[in-house]
Design a binder for this molecule. Structure first.
Ligand code: ADP
Ligand code: MG
Length: 741
C-alpha cells in the first residue's frame, strides 16, 4: 500500500462518505492518517450493566450482538440497534445515522464500549456509544467481576495483559455522513497494515533529535491511540512543528528564489522620493519616513524587494506606497532615453481600487508644479476594474479622469505609455501586459491568495520589486509563518491630530440611549455604520445569504422604528458589485445617513463624514476585526464613536470587549485574542490555510522561531533540498495553497 493511494482503494465507501471525505479535504491514505483527533474522551467510570445511572459516562467490557440497521418510520433516519451484554446483564445500544455498523461488527464481538447512559434507571440505553473490538485477553482481571465474561467466550480475564486498552478515546472532526467512529476504525485498520510506516518522515533526523520530537510513525500512533498521558501531547507538538517547519521551508525557498533574481534598477530613487515628499503639504510621520527609507534601500539592493508594510488602519500606508511608486515612475528603463518604469497596484475591491486611484491622482498632481522643474506632463495613471477602465489625466477635461476602452488601456500599458495601473483582480488577467513592470504593490494583501500575488509579479519580464501592505493586525508568530519570505516594515504611529475613537459597550437597557446618541450625530449632519452580527456557517454561499437576510431585516427595522427621519441604506456580500458601488456612492455623497452592512465594510473604505460605528453581536467578532471596523470612523475630523452591542454578556466576552475599550493598538489586540480565544478564532482560520494544530503552535513563539531557523538553514545549504525529497515535496504542496477568504 502506498500512502498516496486514494482511500477508495482500501475502503468501501458509500456515497455520503465520499462526499463527506471530500468536504474535509481528505483524499489519500496519507490525508486520512493526518486527520487528527480534535480531542480525546477520557475513559468514564467503569460500570456494569446492572447499575447504570442515566446521565453518567461509562466504559464497559462485554459483547455486542443482534445489531440491526433500520429506518425510523417518521423521520426516515437511519438507526442501528443492538445489545451490549456483560456478566451482569445487558443494555440496549443505538447509533443514529450509522447504518453500516451492523455490517462490520461480527455478532458477539468482544468490545470496550464507552458512552453516556440515557433513558431512566428502569430502562436505560446508551446512544451513540464509541466502541472498539478488543482481544478478550486484554481485559484486566477484576474489571467486570469474577464472571466468565460473555457468550463470545471472552471470559478468561485472568492474567490478561493490557494490550490495547487506551486510557482515552480519540474524537475526530466529523462531517455530515461520516463519524468519528468511522475514522477511528479506518485509521486503526490502516495502521495495522503498516500505512503509518510507509510515509517518509519530512523532518530530518538531526532536527528531530535536536528538539526531541518523535519520528513520524511513532507520532502517528501516539496521536491516534495514545497509551500514556504524554503521548498525544508529544505527538501534537511534533505535528505542530512539522506544519510550521514545512511552511517555513516554503517561505525560505520563495525568498531564495527572489534573492537569486536581478532587480530593476531604480536610479535616483532617493531624489525622487524627496521631491515627492516636499510636493505634498504635510510631513510624513517618523514611521512613514522609516518605511520609505527601507524601500529605497531595497531599490538599491542586489535583488528585488520583497517587503511587507504592516500598519494599522489610518496609519498612512498609501503615502508610503505613493512615494515608492513616484520614484519608480520617474525612473527610465535601463539603457533607454524615454519611457518610464511601471507600477501596478492591486486592491481587493472595486470601491477600494477606485479610492486609491483618486488618492494617487491627488498625490501625484502636485508634481506638475515647481518640483518637477518644467516637466509639464504629469504621470499617466489608469484604473481597471470589473466595470471598466479609466485614465488620468484626460485629454478632454483637465484634471479629471476619463473612461477609456479596455483595448486602449491594454495597448497603453503594453507600450509603456501608462506608468501606473491601479486595479482589482482584473489586473492579473492574462491580456494585461506591461512593458516594464518594476514595482508591484498589493493592498490588503491577505485578501489575495499567494497565487494571485504571484500572478501579479509575473506580469513582468524580470522580477518586479514587491510591496505587500496589510492593516490586518495579526500576532507576530502568525506574520512570521505566513509572510516569512518578506522583510517587514511597521507603521506603528498614526498621523497627528487623529481623533481617538470613544469605544463603549452597550448593555441591553442602554440601547435606546445609544440610538439617541446616534441621532444626535446624524442631526449634526454626520453618518453612521451599523454592522450586523457575523454568522458562522461552513458553506460560504449559505453564510452570505444568512448574513444578507439579517442585514436586510435590521435595515428595515432601523428605517421603520428607529430612524424614520433619516435614510437607511444596506450593503451586504450577496449584492452584485454594481449594487454595492451604487450603495457606497449614496453613502459617500450623504444621500444615505445610516449604512447597515455585513462585515464587508471591514476593508478600508474612506467616508470621512461617518462618525459612528455600531457593531451588533460584537462578541462574535475577533478583537482585531472589531478594531478594524472601528478604524472606519477614525478618519473623521469630528470625534468618532464606536458602540459595541453584544448579544450575550458572558464573562469571557465582556473581558475581551473591555480590552477594546482600553487599547487602540490593533496588533496588541490580536495578541490578546490569540491568548483569550485561541488561535482558531483568528478571523476564521480557513483563510490562512493552517490547521488547528498549526494554529495552536502560534501560541508558542519559541517553536515558531526554532522551526524558522532550521528551515532557513536547510534551504541556505541547498535550496532544492536534494537530500530531503519528502520535505521538498511537502513544501512544494503547501506553497501556493494559502487561500484568500
Ligand atoms: P491606511 O494605512 O489605512 O491605508 P491611508 O493611507 O488611507 O491609511 O491614510 C489615511 C489618511 O491619513 C489619509 O487621509 C491620508 O491622507 C492621511 N495621512 C497619511 N499620512 C499622513 C501624514 N503624515 N500626516 C497627515 N495625514 C496623513
Ligand atoms: Mg489603505
Amino acid at each position: 500500500m502506498s500512502p498516496e493511494d486514494p482511500m477508495a482503494k482500501h475502503f468501501r465507501l458509500i456515497h455520503a462518505q465520499t462526499t463527506a471525505l471530500r468536504k474535509l479535504g481528505l483524499v489519500t491514505i496519507r490525508d486520512l492518517l493526518y486527520h487528527f483527533p480534535a480531542r480525546y474522551e477520557a475513559q468514564g467510570s467503569d460500570a456494569s450493566t446492572r447499575e447504570l445511572i442515566p446521565g453518567t459516562k461509562v466504559t464497559m467490557y462485554g459483547t455486542l450482538s443482534k445489531l440491526k440497521a433500520k429506518k425510523l418510520w417518521k423521520s426516515r433516519r437511519a438507526i442501528t440497534e443492538g445489545w451490549f451484554e456483560d456478566a451482569t446483564g445487558r443494555v440496549k445500544c443505538m447509533w443514529f445515522n450509522q447504518p453500516y455498523i451492523a455490517s462490520y461488527v461480527a455478532e458477539g464481538s468482544f468490545v470496550r464500549l464507552a458512552g453516556t447512559v440515557g433513558g431512566n434507571e428502569k430502562s436505560p440505553y446508551i446512544a451513540n456509544p464509541e466502541f472498539e473490538v478488543v482481544p478478550p485477553g486484554s481485559v484486566p482481571s477484576g474489571l467486570f467481576g469474577k464472571a466468565s465474561g460473555s457468550s463470545a467466550g471472552g471470559g478468561s480475564a485472568s492474567g490478561g495483559k493490557l494490550v490495547s486498552l487506551h486510557s482515552v478515546l480519540p474524537v475526530y472532526p466529523e462531517s455530515r455522513g461520516i463519524t468519528s467512529l468511522w475514522f477511528y476504525h479506518a485509521i486503526r485498520r490502516m495502521c495495522e497494515k503498516g500505512a503509518h510506516k510507509a510515509i517518509a518522515d519530512p523532518i530530518p533526523e538531526v532536527v528531530r533529535s535536536k528538539y526531541h520530537l518523535p519520528d513520524l510513525s511513532t507520532a502517528l500512533v501516539w496521536i491516534h491511540t495514545p497509551e500514556k498521558d504524554n503521548h498525544a501531547e508529544a505527538a501534537r507538538k511534533r505535528f505542530a512543528f512539522e506544519e510550521i517547519f514545512i511552511m517555513q521551508i516554503a517561505r525560505a525557498q520563495e525568498r531564495a528564489l527572489n534573492d537569486s533574481q536581478a532587480p530593476f534598477l531604480i536610479s535616483n530613487g532617493e531624489t525622487y522620493a524627496k521631491q515627492f515628499l516636499t510636493s505634498i503639504n504635510f510631513p510624513p510621520t517618523r514611521a512613514q519616513s522609516r518605511a520609505i527609507a527601507d524601500i529605497l534601500k531595497d531599490f538599491g539592493g542586489a535583488h528585488p524587494m520583497a517587503r511587507l508594510l504592516e500598519g494599522d488602519v489610518g496609519s498612512g500606508k498609501t503615502l508610503v506606497a505613493a512615494a515608492a511608486a513616484y520614484a519608480v515612475v520617474h525612473s527610465r528603463p535601463a539603457g533607454r532615453k524615454s519611457g518610464t518604469l511601471q507600477v501596478a497596484y492591486m486592491a481587493p475591491t472595486e470601491i477600494l481600487a477606485t479610492q486609491h486611484f483618486q488618492s494617487f491622482i491627488e498625490y501625484f498632481s502636485s508634481e506638475g508644479g515647481s518640483a518637477s522643474g518644467g516637466q509639464a506632463t504629469s504621470t499617466k495613471i489608469a484604473l481597471i476594474t470589473g466595470s471598466g477602465c479609466w485614465k488620468f489625466p484626460s485629454k478632454v477635461t483637465r484634471g479629471k479622469p476619463t473612461a477609456i476602452s479596455r483595448a486602449q488601456l491594454l495597448k497603453w500599458v503594453e507600450n509603456g505609455e501608462i506608468a501606473m495601473v491601479v486595479g482589482t483582480h482584473a489586473l492579473i488577467q492574462k491580456s494585461i501586459k506591461f512593458q516594464n513592470l518594476a514595482l508591484a504593490i498589493v493592498d490588503e494583501q491577505h485578501r489575495f491568495g499567494t497565487a494571485q500575488r504571484r500572478a501579479l509579479a509575473k506580469k513582468s519580464a524580470a522580477a518586479p520589486h514587491f510591496l505587500s501592505m496589510t492593516a490586518t493586525p495579526i500576532p507576530r508568530t502568525l506574520a512570521l509563518t505566513l509572510y516569512g519570505d518578506l522583510d517587514i516594515s511597521v507603521l506603528d504611529e498614526l498621523p497627528p491630530g487623529r481623533a481617538k475613537v470613544t469605544t463603549r459597550i452597550i448593555k441591553k437597557e442602554q440601547r435606546a440611549e445609544a440610538y439617541e446618541d446616534v441621532r444626535r450625530e446624524l442631526k449634526m449632519g454626520r453618518q453612521a455604520f451599523v454592522v450586523c452580527p457575523r454568522i458562522e456557517e461552513p458553506d460560504p454561499e449559505k453564510m452570505s445569504a444568512l448574513q444578507a437576510k439579517s442585514a436586510k431585516a435590521e435595515a428595515r427595522r432601523l428605517q421603520k422604528d428607529v430612524f424614520p427621519e433619516f435614510k437607511v441604506g444596506l450593503l451586504h456580500g450577496a449584492m452584485t458589485q454594481k449594487e454595492k458601488d451604487s450603495c457606497m456612492k449614496d453613502f459617500v455623497s450623504g444621500k444615505v445617513q445610516v449604512l447597515v452592512a455585513t462585515s464587508v465594510v471591514e476593508v478600508g473604505i474612506n467616508v470621512p463624514n461617518a462618525t459612528v460605528m455600531m457593531i451588533e453581536g460584537a462578541e462574535r467578532f475577533g478583537l482585531a476585526q472589531l478594531h478594524q471596523l472601528r478604524g472606519r470612523v477614525m478618519r473623521s475630523s469630528h470625534p468618532p464613536y464606536c458602540f459595541l452591542l453584544p448579544e450575550t454578556f458572558g464573562q469571557v466576552s465582556s473581558k475581551r470587549l473591555r480590552a477594546l475599550e482600553k487599547s487602540d493598538d490593533g496588533f496588541k489586540l490580536a495578541e490578546a485574542d490569540l491568548e483569550t480565544r485561541g488561535a482558531g478564532d483568528l478571523f476564521g482560520r480557513r483563510q490562512w490555510g493552517i490547521t488547528d494544530i498549526g494554529m495552536e503552535a502560534l501560541k508558542n513563539p519559541r517553536l515558531i522561531q526554532a522551526a524558522r531557523e532550521e528551515a532557513f538553514a536547510l534551504v541556505r545549504e541547498n535550496p532544492e533540498l536534494e537530500k530531503y525529497p519528502e520535505l521538498a515535496a511537502r513544501a512544494a504542496s503547501v506553497s501556493g495553497s494559502m487561500h484568500s477568504e
